[in-house]
Design a binder for this molecule. Sequence first.
Ligand code: S3P
Length: 423
Amino acid sequence: MPGDKSISHRAAMIAALADGGSRISNFSTGADCAATLSCLAQLGVGITRIADEVLIQGAGANGLRAPNAPLDCGNSGTTIRLLAGILAGQRFESTLTGDESLRSRPLQRIIEPLAMMGARVSADGGRAPLTIEGRRPLQAISYELLVASAQVKSCILLAGLNANGRTKVTENFPTRDHSERMLRWFGVSVETSAGEREDSRTSAVDGPVHFTAREVSVPGDISSAGYFIAAAALLPDSSIEITNVGVNPTRTLYLEQLRAWGFDIEIGNTRDKSNEPVGTVRAQSSPGKAVADSRTPISLRSSLVPQLIDELPLLAVAGSQIEGGIEIRDAAELRVKESDRIAATAANLRAMGVEVEEFEDGLRVAGPAKLRGAAIDPHGDHRIAMAFTVAGLIAAGETEIKDAECVAISFPEFFDLLESVIE
Ligand code: S3P
């Protein structure tokens, strides 16, 4: 798999703040991470890219310079939210913007904590374009996340690098911890402790911090791998082995879910690479086994949701093949992703002949259903396009995905690679 998108963003941004040159190998090939690199270049960071290797000449703690135009984050929520945290602690003003989808996504969740830290942040109606008048030093804060979001947590921790004192972020449901891991890899001390409530966890950084460049090797993207794993599990007589893929426990919960359904999925050869666990994932079809014990749908709720967030459309597709189906709740966040993923998943599953009930915070998918090929509208959303490509593989008849090139947001090689493993 090409490099993990979440980890690539963080490697580039943190290397940009380090003293000296960092080499990042297996950098994500997706458009989102290219947007991060071009924003960093506009901020004066030296960037050389040769295929999937990126050399970053870090600007150091004080070296970013004011951009002479708005920074275009494209379709990437991670770029806009994490960069905002970095820009809040600079002595200049900058504006972050993006495509139509990004300009419709909520930013109040980062505006509030960054304002508490002393930056002046403005955005019309809490949407991009976002203008940040940075301040240095920022003021350290203790903040409890109102939405379970790794992007918001990371934004505050990155701002904390330029704050005086200890910045603490508490999350009540665990989210991916790549920022904490990448900061530690660059030698920044990040303390993580269990919070008072079950599942709650606090991460803390002490600012201001100086750190030096490091080599980073990015693990393969476990979310991209998910489409291949689900296809191998659902198609008869199939198997797949994916090596060198990230198996960070905050990202692999969807594998547990596939296993709970009876699919044959194994993780092996686990080791650490640049402070991230990597391993080999094997999946094979297990017809007849993938049947839940009862007819009540498998229910995915609350604390589990943030750790499965990007795989929920794919799990909804897989759930349509399971006795009892699947119910996903407490997942209103899906409505403010690259598209409204609840509406897009429900409409496309219905187009394929599946009975779906939609809720404000999720959906219930009946199963098992015989899928029929259909015209799929992914609404420009890469994850919807890929999840419904898997659906198209198991459906009877032809499926056509509109604007399928949107997969390039995270995974430009998706269709070529898929074709190469299908007989
Ligand atoms: C990401 C976090 C998730 C995820 C997104 C990438 C990250 O968003 O959906 O694709 O890299 O931190 P939220 O943390 O806002 O839910």
